[in-house]
Design a protein around this ligand. Structure first.
Ligand SMILES: [Fe+2]
Ligand SMILES: [Fe+2]
Length: 423
């Protein structure tokens, strides 16, 4: 095992407050790994992180924090690709057939975007125009800050081709032919089919609302899909399922909060749209949480070490590489708007972790844990408290500095400024 200190992780919460850049730099020493694999894979991402993370006041968001970890830690996840580890997933396939696949909804039962939007064929010209006028009148009451969050969520959903490829990198479960009959492969395709409706319905709604610069939004989607996403331990099913379980809950929280907020501002139809998406995300969360729960049951030491690995690097939001070609800090600004409006906050990140710790009974793990497994368990179980303290510190710092919101123009809404507090 190499012990070279290496800059290797891309941790990111969604605007989770953190220590100042100087503190971080003092704490960590930055040194790129000597291995060609790491050197080749990371500079593009690291450069983006460092460029986009700096704010005028010298602070950073977690969305952009570089972390120095040991190279042997990076290689730890490669051990999960050993045949005996992958066999665990292969043996679980009948279980997935019985306990995971039923959480999908077939096309006949699932809502479709056309159920939630004005239908020109059914309404006729006059009826359709009247329905669009009503839609615009309702959408007009949604504040720009909430609209920006909604557009950011929609852009995230629209990068589905990227997410479809994510579980197809997980060894032992991926869809090798594109039409495999395994339970895992059918889940991946069925899940993607459900996800496909989310960006679709939101995009059509935004289009009809006439409040959004759709060309700028479409360009951002285009760029995001072209940029892809960064995910730690990308080929390990243990790490990958943990990542997706966290993400599905984060997405459910985000859409659920958006539903509540836009409903409060009078757009009850949009609230219903976001609520329908949230319900899907909750089913997806249940499926992935169930898979990881099973891994905790059959291989607790490996599962808890994988969870520790992922949480040390934090869960990167899938749209972290978004750019509109104008704002170099677009993702940070979107995350700040989400924090400020309450669409997705640092507390939500902590709450998700607390929930998953309870779901997987991480605190109760004892039997069969290695020393490393026990350390991972203790780290994960202590993390919510640390995050809460960081939240309090950030709150105190903000209060001390009496941080005023900064107007940030968003190209998605014709450069109208939204006041956000930059962490
Ligand atoms: Fe989704
Ligand atoms: Fe989902």
């Amino acid at each position: 095992m190499a012990t070279t200190t290496t800059l290797l992780a891309i941790p990111a919460g969604n605007g989770v407050p953190c220590e100042s850049a100087n503190t971080i730099q003092n704490y960590y020493s930055f040194k790129l790994a000597s291995s060609a694999r790491t050197r080749d894979a990371l500079p593009r991402i690291i450069n983006w992180r460092c460029r986009s993370s700096r704010n005028g006041n010298g602070t950073m968001t977690m969305a952009a924090l570089p972390v120095v970890l040991k190279q042997d830690a990076e290689e730890e996840w490669m051990g999960y690709l050993a045949p005996e580890k992958l066999e665990v997933l292969a043996h679980l396939e009948p279980w997935a057939e019985a306990h995971v696949l039923p959480l999908l909804k077939p096309a006949e039962e699932a809502w479709q975007p056309s159920d939630l939007l004005p239908d020109p064929a059914a309404l006729g010209d006059d009826g359709f125009h009247a329905a669009c006028r009503d839609l615009r009148a309702r959408a007009a009451g949604v504040p720009d800050a909430h609209l920006v969050c909604l557009v950011g969520n929609m852009i995230t959903e629209e990068a589905l081709p990227t997410y479809h490829s994510v579980p197809n990198r997980f060894e032992a479960v991926r869809d090798l032919t594109g039409a495999d009959a395994t339970a895992w492969a059918r889940w991946i395709r069925g899940w993607s089919a459900e996800e496909n409706r989310h960006g679709d319905v939101l995009s059509r709604y935004m289009y009809l609302s006439a409040r959004v610069d759709m060309r700028q939004v479409d360009r951002t989607v285009h760029r995001l899909i072209a940029s892809g996403m960064a995910m730690n331990a990308a080929r390990s099913p243990y790490h990958g399922f943990i990542y997706v379980a966290f993400q599905e809950r984060a997405t459910a929280v985000s859409h659920g909060n958006t539903a509540r907020l836009v409903g409060k501002h009078g757009d009850h139809v949009l609230a219903r749209v976001c609520g329908a998406i949230m319900a899907d995300e909750k089913r997806h969360e249940a499926a992935y949480t169930r898979v990881v729960g099973k891994l905790f049951e059959v291989d607790p030491d490996a599962a808890v070490r994988a969870l520790g690995y992922m949480m040390r690097r934090r869960i990167t939001m899938p749209a972290a590489l978004m750019t509109d070609g104008r704002d170099n800090d677009l993702y940070a600004h979107y995350a700040a708007a989400a924090q400020q409006t309450g669409v997705y906050t640092a507390s939500d990140y902590r709450g998700i972790l607390e929930h998953l710790i309870r779901q997987w009974r991480v605190e109760e793990l004892a039997a069969g844990l290695s020393g490393e497994g026990r350390r991972a368990r203790d780290y994960v179980c202590g993390l919510p408290h640390k995050i809460r303290r960081m939240e309090e510190k950030a709150h105190d710092r903000a209060a001390q500095a009496q941080k005023k919101p900064t107007p940030v123009p968003f190209s998605w809404i014709f450069d109208r400024p939204v006041s956000v507090v930059i962490p």
